[in-house]
Design a protein around this ligand. Structure first.
Ligand code: FMN
Length: 184
C-alpha cells in the first residue's frame, strides 16, 4: 500500500485532466493504495516569495500562511506525488507551478535544502498530440525529477484534447491512466 498525493492543476472541474485523475484513482484504489487529492484551483495558494526563510515550523514550514498548510503534511507522508495538469503554453499550469514551488519550504527543513525522496507520476492533457508538442514538458519533468532524485513511475501524455471532456472519446488514454494507477 502506498500513500499517493495527487496535485490537480486543472481549473476545469469537468476537464480532461479530471478524467485522467478519475481513471488513475480507480486503478490505484483497486490496488489498495491510499489517495489524497488536492484541487489546486479551489485553494488559496500564493506564489513563492523566494525569501528562503521557511523550514522552521515543521507542521507548516512556509512563512506564507495559506492553503499550502493542508498540502505540507500530506506531501511529507506521501510515497508518490502525482502531477496532474493541463498543458498551458508548453508547460504545467500556473496553479501547479505555484503549489510546486511552495514545496521548497519542506526542503528548507533539511540540511542543504535536501528534498524528500518521492516516486512521481505525470498526467497531462493537451490539445496538441505529437511528440514535439510534449517535448518541452518532457524536458521539464525529467529535469525536475532527476534533480530532486525522484523516481518516475510513469507518464500519460493525453494529446488531442481541447474541449472539456474530449478525452472521453479516447478510451485508450483513459485506460492508460487507469493501468498506471494499477501499477502503483
Ligand atoms: C491558457 C491555455 C494554454 C494552453 N496551451 C496549450 C499548449 O501550449 N499546447 C497544447 O497542446 N494545448 C494547450 N492548451 C490546451 C489544453 O491543454 C487542453 O484544452 C487540455 O485538454 C485542458 O485540460 P483540462 O480539460 O483538464 O482543463 C492550452 C489551453 C489554455 C486554456
Amino acid at each position: 500500500m502506498k500513500r499517493i498525493m495527487i496535485l490537480n492543476g486543472s481549473p476545469r472541474p469537468n476537464g480532461n485532466t479530471q478524467e485522467l485523475i478519475k481513471a488513475f484513482t480507480k486503478g490505484a484504489e483497486a490496488n489498495g493504495n491510499e489517495i489524497v487529492r488536492f484541487d489546486l484551483q479551489k485553494m488559496n495558494i500564493h506564489g513563492c516569495l523566494g525569501c528562503c526563510k521557511g523550514g522552521k515550523d515543521r507542521e507548516n514550514p512556509c512563512v506564507q500562511k495559506d492553503d499550502m498548510a493542508k498540502i505540507y503534511p500530506e506531501y511529507i507522508k506521501a510515497d508518490v506525488v502525482v502531477l496532474a495538469s493541463p498543458m498551458y503554453y508548453w508547460g504545467i499550469s500556473g496553479q501547479m507551478k505555484c503549489a510546486f514551488d511552495r514545496l521548497f519550504a519542506v526542503a528548507e527543513m533539511n540540511e542543504n535544502y535536501e528534498n524528500p525522496k518521492k516516486e512521481c507520476i505525470l498526467l497531462m492533457a493537451a490539445e496538441g498530440a505529437d511528440a514535439d508538442n510534449f517535448a518541452p514538458v518532457k524536458a521539464f519533468y525529467e529535469g525536475l525529477t532527476s534533480n530532486l532524485g525522484w523516481k518516475n513511475l510513469g507518464i500519460v501524455y493525453a494529446g488531442g484534447n481541447m474541449d472539456a471532456g474530449a478525452i472521453l472519446g479516447k478510451p485508450e488514454q483513459i485506460a492508460e491512466a487507469e493501468n498506471l494507477g494499477k501499477m502503483c
